[in-house]
Design a protein around this ligand. Sequence first.
Ligand code: GLY
Ligand code: MN
Ligand code: MN
Length: 441
Amino acid sequence: MQRRTLLGAALATAASAGTAFAQDAARFAHGTPLGTVPFSPDVFRERRQRVMAAMKTGIAVLHGADNIEHGQSEEEASQQVANFAWLTGIVDEPGAVLVLAPAERTVKEWLLLPSRNPETERWDIERLALGEEMERRTGFQKVLRTPSLGGLVTGLAQRNKELRFLGPIVGPNAPVPPVLELYGKVAQRVPGARTVDDTALLPSLRIVKEPRELAIMRKAVEATRAGHLAAMRAVRPGMTEGELKAIMEAAFRAAGGKGLSYHSIVASGRNAASLHYRGGNGVIGKDDLILIDAAASVGGYACDVTRTFPASGRFTPAQRKTYDIVLAAQEAAVAVLKAGVIFEDVDAAAREVIRKAGHADDFYHGVGHLVGTEVHDAGDMSKPLPAGAVLTIEPGIYVQAQNYGVRIEDQYLITPTGAERMSVGIPRTAAEVEALMAEGR
Ligand code: GLY
Ligand code: MN
Ligand code: MN
């Protein structure tokens, strides 16, 4: 991300100068991959070294996404396979493959990119030739073309017999992951080579956010905050959900948001009881509660926040009662959050508050999930949560027959002694919501 921004600035300056330098600068910036995002190549090399230190032996092959649409700027990151992006930072080359072999003597890692095609490059985007510039941009000493993959892995498998599957596991109706097909073929040809389950490895590393990741995630929170505030201020009965959504999403961008973490849910009244509501034509009624589950993304990192507020700016007593139950459920969950807690116990703490209030059947989803480059990020939540994990706490009460849904969702960073609410500055208690909405009304 940084590199692209810098290059963009350099190009703009050079272009306005209109000199020979402008041409050089332009040539320099041509060809994907443009670099690694959102960090410099050494960050990703260090991550690969951590992974290889854990592997010790064997081979790991990891495929990137086959379909990456160009022109999405920084948000190309969200089209890349998350494990691949985390290990390489290469998000603008479809069909890339990573090979790791920690027990090899000298070269232990390879990046393979599809062969160049001058015809498609005249239509789509120019791609960089192999060579020193490629090494500089990717941080890989060895960059090959993907037709070499079979030969490379077969050769390595003769010395490194564990063919490690890094996941993720997919459902029975999804296509077989290409790496498992490759491993199957290699195992048939190299005596002793066998597929080994290493699916827990990357989630166990990704779950702990690095300080530089947290810094980007806080920027995503900042943009998200601006959008939620704009929506609370702008809402008026008679607007459509879609109009409110447009105001909010414009505020995300104005505050530095680069993309959406997921499809924004802006649901009024009864629509809020449909958890993944994707409409937008609903007209906001004067007595409606509005539920907004929406967040900006920055540098490929997601955020995830939900707020529920009254269209009129004032909760009715009945709305307020339900709202306070949901808030109490969130606070009960947060009270038990800290490093070492098992997430099931966090869920149970929130559920107990809602059950005691007589709404056991009206809270029909889990209380939260990890957040990172994916909205539902990698990590084993059946194990004690580590410090550095980021997750949501999002209890809700939904009663379609009474035309409402209430959810409050915040994002928390687990610490050794508790949890820090990252999604700060977005009115959360009923009083805070009403106070903000009263401004300018
Ligand atoms: N916005 C998706 C979720 O809350 O999980
Ligand atoms: Mn969520
Ligand atoms: Mn959400």
